[in-house]
Design a protein around this ligand. Structure first.
Ligand SMILES: C[S@@+](CC[C@H](N)C(=O)[O-])C[C@H]1O[C@@H](n2cnc3c(N)ncnc32)[C@H](O)[C@@H]1O
Length: 213
């Protein structure tokens, strides 16, 4: 394991209680604010995701981009125990660390991390996991591939009327082609929630919150 990842895991394990999701979320946030900047959504954007989940009450959730498992942990904290989150991560080492953190938080069986590139994994979802569509999709893997994967999800029928799609980083670094498509498409109702970059005081960012008509 990379030494920075090892430091992170040790910090989170030592500063949280097993089975206590909120204490794990708090430990990650403390690490991000005081030790090392993280590309996890962080506490301030995290509240926006929490509210989106509370408003949609999804039964099926897909995340693109697990990283160290923070946003999936936050989503798990907002939903009933019987709701499974699928989260796709291209880097096997990150997936392993995220799973260890989820196990520590007591939600390892509620977050299914699928290792691989989203463009390869998404087409397997219906067949392997009997998913017809998702109620909630969190897009947070790479700004330049948001639109490609949105269109893939559309083509496969995984986005249906009522699906809520939340995309991070639409201002910084920005996803202009994604925003143009979704904001000029009569199939979607969408708004940009302005916020700031995680674990920083100043830099502007935005989260796009969209509902399929
Ligand atoms: C910004 S981080 C995700 C942060 C995470 N959602 C959170 O807030 O805790 C982006 C992650 O997407 C992964 N990623 C990048 N391209 C990907 C792809 N094509 N398929 C799956 N994962 C990808 C990266 O390895 C990285 O871990």
């Amino acid at each position: 394991m990379q030494s920075s990842h090892l430091t992170y895991v040790n910090y989170v394990l030592e500063n949280s209680q097993p089975g206590n999701i909120q204490s794990v979320i708090d430990a990650v946030d403390k690490y991000g604010w005081t030790k090392q900047w993280l590309m996890s959504i962080g506490d301030r954007k995290g509240v926006i995701i929490d509210k989106a989940i509370q408003s949609r009450k999804p039964k099926t959730i897909l995340e693109l981009g697990t990283f160290l498992g923070y946003s999936s942990l936050r989503m798990a904290a907002q939903i009933p125990n019987d709701t499974l989150i699928f989260s796709i991560e291209i880097d096997p080492e990150l997936a392993k660390i995220a799973h260890a953190i989820h196990e520590h938080a007591g939600v390892g069986d509620r977050i299914k991390i699928l290792i691989g590139s989203s463009e390869n994994v998404i087409p397997q979802l219906s067949k392997q996991y009997h998913i017809n569509s998702f109620d909630f999709i969190f897009i947070d893997h790479g700004d330049s591939i948001y639109l490609r994967d949105l269109k893939l999800l559309e083509r496969l029928g995984l986005i249906q009327p009522g699906t809520m799609i939340v995309a991070d980083n639409v201002i910084t670094p920005g996803a202009p082609d994604y925003l143009y498509y979704i904001q000029n498409n009569p199939n979607y109702q969408t708004r940009t929630q302005e916020t700031v970059v995680q674990y920083q005081e100043e830099e502007r960012d935005g989260i796009e919150i969209t509902i399929r008509n």
